[in-house]
Design a protein around this ligand. Structure first.
Ligand code: MRU
Length: 352
């Protein structure tokens, strides 16, 4: 595939509509879902039409505001409506903290506006706040790219798992941001892409977007990672995260833990890249992170084609937790942090 322009995961140009790139069809079909109601955004999050921790948070921030025209113009009614909507959004997927973080940011903004929330233009002010969160995520991703690009200088062969690129965020990505930055800096870089069963975010999304950016990459099945590492072909592992606990344990797409254990075995540095909004200081350890379990047919099928007996019992956890001691560092917009030092004052305290 030649380099092509990459579609954006979310497009919001007016308050009444959120366009969500339907990632289920990628890379074959580029199509947007036009959402004008909260329920459509919730369905898009549940079905993985939009996925990736920051992207579902931003979809929630905009989704919270769809169809608010019928809500009475008094502060108490607005607050109650937003809280109810926020609960419905947060329930859509439990593991990625960015979802509840974004909803809380919106609710806190509404609360600080107090009585002014009922005055002319309150819906527009909330929309401006959602856009501010979107722009803050863009800035964070760029900063993650700058913070992490230096790691690639002496380690040009990178392995990644799942998709933590521009499709998973506002734009640019988290784990892929240092790769894009290294490429922009003229550094040689190449990427091993784990296909990431069961729903193939690596094969369908990461391979697609790396090629769109013109980054050399090779797709492997998840079971090939050990062999590729054993051959000395991987210098560095970069992955994203859905929630990082206070002690530095990091939840990410199922299969990440295995990659981290392999990296440890072969002496390959394993880094997590995420915005600070993914760090959840209120969750003490990885054992406290709720792991989403998804539908059995995601495992029995590949892209809708049966690959197992239709009724075989299935276990389908969508995420696993990598212990902090397997993580060399957490690349954030605040720099590269040690996983065992996240609660230090220099790290700030937006969470918890
Ligand atoms: O189930 P998904 O596709 O939403 O899982 C996504 C991941 O695990 C990503 O690695 C994570 O959200 C980081 S995205 C920048």
């Amino acid at each position: 595939m030649d380099a092509v322009e990459l579609p954006r995961s979310l497009v919001s140009t007016v308050r009444s509509e959120l366009k969500i790139l339907d990632q289920r069809g990628l890379p074959e079909t580029v199509a947007y879902l036009s959402c004008t109601e909260l329920s459509e955004v919730i369905a898009a999050i549940k079905s993985l039409a939009v996925r990736g921790a920051p992207a579902i948070g931003l979809a929630a921030a905009y989704g919270l505001l769809l169809g608010l025209e019928d809500c009475p113009d008094d502060a108490a009614s607005i607050q109650a409506e937003l809280v109810a909507r926020g609960h419905a959004l947060i329930a859509a997927r439990p593991t990625a903290v960015n979802l509840s973080w974004a909803v809380e940011q919106m609710l806190q903004f509404a609360a600080t506006q107090s009585a002014a929330m009922g005055e002319t233009g309150w819906r527009d002010r909330l929309y401006a706040q959602a856009t501010a969160l979107f722009n803050a995520d863009r800035a964070a991703c760029r900063a993650i790219g700058v913070a992490g690009a230096g790691l690639i200088k002496d380690r040009p062969s990178v392995l990644t798992h799942c998709n933590a690129g521009s499709l998973a965020v506002s734009e640019y990505g988290t784990a892929l941001a240092p790769i894009y930055q290294a490429q922009a800096d003229g550094l040689p870089v190449q990427v091993w892409v784990d296909e990431t069963r069961p729903v193939l975010q690596g094969a369908r999304l990461t391979a697609y977007e790396l090629m769109a950016h013109g980054v050399p990459c090779r797709l492997i099945t998840d079971s090939m990672a050990a062999h590729v590492m054993s051959q000395g072909l991987v210098d560095l592992v970069l992955v994203g995260a859905d929630r990082v606990a206070l002690n530095g344990d990091a939840a990410n797409k199922i299969g990440t833990l295995g990659v981290a254990i392999l990296a440890k075995h072969y002496g390959i540095p394993f880094y997590v890249a995420c915005p600070w909004s993914t760090v959840d200081l209120a969750t003490p350890t990885g054992a406290d992170i709720i792991i989403e379990e998804r539908a059995a047919d995601e495992v029995r099928q590949i892209q809708g084609v049966w690959t197992a007996p239709h009724n075989v019992p299935v276990f389908n956890p969508a995420f696993d937790v990598t212990p902090a001691d397997l993580i060399a560092g957490i690349i954030t917009e605040r720099g590269i942090l040690m996983p065992n030092a996240l609660s230090e004052p220099a790290c700030g305290a937006e969470h918890g």
